[in-house]
Design a protein around this ligand. Structure first.
Ligand code: ADP
Length: 498
């Protein structure tokens, strides 16, 4: 015990079950003025003026020993003076867990005084830094200084957090706002008082903030975009555990400027693509006429090459326009019962026209004898899906290869509804194993594709997948490098067939 308590800065006494002091530590002697030998053997009432209060504390501890009790008492010090102190008394147990007496801790009473006015500084910074700090005497003033320094530290932390350019909100495990920095109040157009100590749901009073509450309440740590008036924020929420309590920490990052630049870029791409498409179409048309009319085989080949390049650029431009429309969200889907065969045939006819000029792989599509059930689709978007798949199959297959399109019907969904499947198979370069995972990502092109065909944007399949997803369909492929590729698309049939 002696070993344990001697290094404690707090004055501690060990008290028997009868209320008699049986041991004290070094700090006890310094604090009270009683040597260990003077203190031991005296009842607690010997040291304090308010003996009734002491008795009450011991009685209440015996009745409900759960937590320690604290009281402000007057200490009769060893030097004969009196001093107001804070006394903490708790139950002591023996190794079997049975009550064996009490511990008493004695400390200075700390009154929360207003901080002193700052002293005028009449020294230079160098003079201040040369001054040696004075040796601190353990006194009541020092305790107050320590408390002030804690308050100073809190003010400093608050100033730092308020200086952060991102908004920060901290919600405790009771769902109550624990901390809100200045920037967060500006971003949410709220006063700190409106949130401090209030439940998170207070935010839901403003309809536009309800999604933020949902995000904070969700178990997941996630990042989303939130629009508030003219501003766009990136909202990140994550959990942090402090002293067994889980806090939700919310960061609001202003991305209004990034969003503005992104919108400008999209607008520029869209305007440029629109402007380029019309003259390109007329160049392609001129080259087509030229290729058909020229007699000389060499000259004919030059015109063909020009035609092919123009066709490739047109595909890229169309891809950019589709991407722009999809991303801007302007392009609404209009679903109706659509005959897949009609859509595919329409494009296959166009390709066969091109094939009269270009040397392209043979395209095989045999219309099935029985009509297919109509699928629930947006006709124009579905055309983009099959155009992209067929164009890719043609582009990544040598001209002596072939592209085969087949359709079939499956009864696979849980309600027994038909699903229409279309496959586009080629005998081309295939998709390397290491590229297969990334093939539907925006702007991704496999190495074997870029070396075979330099023109390409890597957005065709990304758009295709987005459209198939919007149709509640599925898309996948089977491929081996050098052996060809087959893409499969499945689309649910329409509930109405007319
Ligand atoms: P692009 O064809 O403009 O490069 P896509 O998004 O249409 O862009 O296709 C992405 C990539 O997928 C292609 O660059 C190519 O690597 C691969 N790919 C798509 N279809 C095929 C195919 N039929 N055969 C081989 N590779 C293909």
């Amino acid at each position: 015990m002696e070993e344990f308590t001697s290094f404690l800065p707090l004055a501690v006494g060990v008290v028997s079950q009868e209320g008699v002091v049986v041991d004290t530590n070094e700090a006890f002697t310094q604090f009270t003025g009683y040597e260990n030998s003077e203190a031991v053997g005296n009842p607690l009432s010997y040291f304090f003026v308010e003996t009734d209060t002491l008795d009450n504390i011991l009685t209440s501890l015996n009745e409900s020993p759960g937590t320690e009790r604290q009281a402000k008492l007057t200490l009769k010090t060893g030097s004969g003076s009196e001093k107001t102190v804070r006394v903490t008394i708790g139950i002591r147990h023996d190794i079997d867990g049975k009550m064996s007496g009490y511990f008493i801790g004695i400390s200075n009473v700390f009154e929360s005084n207003p901080p002193p006015a700052p002293k005028p500084i009449d020294k230079t910074l160098d003079e201040i830094s040369e001054e040696q700090p004075e040796e601190a005497e353990p006194s009541e003033d020092n305790v107050e200084d320590a408390a002030e320094s804690v308050i100073d530290q809190q003010d400093k932390n608050r100033a730092i957090i308020d200086g952060v350019r991102d908004g920060i909100l901290v919600i405790d495990n009771e769902g109550v706002f624990d901390l809100i920095n200045q920037r967060a109040t500006e971003m949410l157009s709220l006063e700190r008082d409106e949130l401090s100590g209030k439940p998170l749901e207070t935010l839901s009073d403003r309809e536009e903030l309800a999604p933020l509450v949902t995000q904070i309440n969700s178990e997941d740590d996630e990042t989303t975009k939130m629009e508030l008036g003219e501003d766009t924020f990136e909202v990140s929420v994550h959990s942090a555990t402090v002293d067994d309590s889980v806090y939700r920490i919310v960061t609001l990052h202003d991305i209004s400027r990034d969003q503005f630049i992104e919108d400008m870029k999209l607008t520029f791409v869209s305007v440029a693509a629109h402007q380029i498409r019309t003259p390109l179409s007329s160049i392609r048309w001129s080259l087509e006429i030229l290729a058909n009319q020229l007699e000389d085989e060499e000259q004919k080949e030059v015109a063909r090459r020009g035609y092919r390049s123009t066709q490739n650029i047109l595909e890229i431009v169309n891809g950019l326009l589709n991407l722009d429309r999809l991303q801007s969200g302007e392009d609404q889907y209009e679903f109706e019962p659509v005959d897949v065969i009609e859509v595919i045939e329409g494009y296959v006819d166009e390709v066969r026209d091109h094939n009269k000029i270009l040397e392209q792989p043979e395209i095989i599509f045999e219309t099935p004898m029985d009509p297919l059930p109509k699928v629930r689709a947006d006709r124009d978007k579905l055309r983009i899906v099959f155009r992209n798949l067929i164009d890719n199959a043609l582009k990544y297959t040598d001209s002596d290869g072939s592209v085969t399109i087949e359709t079939s019907v499956h009864v696979t969904d849980d309600y027994g509804n038909d699903i229409v499947e279309v496959s586009v198979a080629d005998t081309g370069i295939g998709i390397p194993a290491e590229a297969q995972e990334k093939i539907f990502s925006k702007f991704y092109r496999a190495d074997n594709a870029t070396s075979m065909e330099t023109d390409g944007s890597g957005i065709g399949l990304y758009i295709t997948k987005q459209i198939v997803d919007e149709h509640d369909g599925t898309i996948w492929f089977e491929s081996a490098e050098g052996e060809g590729t087959t893409f499969f698309v499945r689309l649910p049939m329409s509930q109405t067939q007319d």
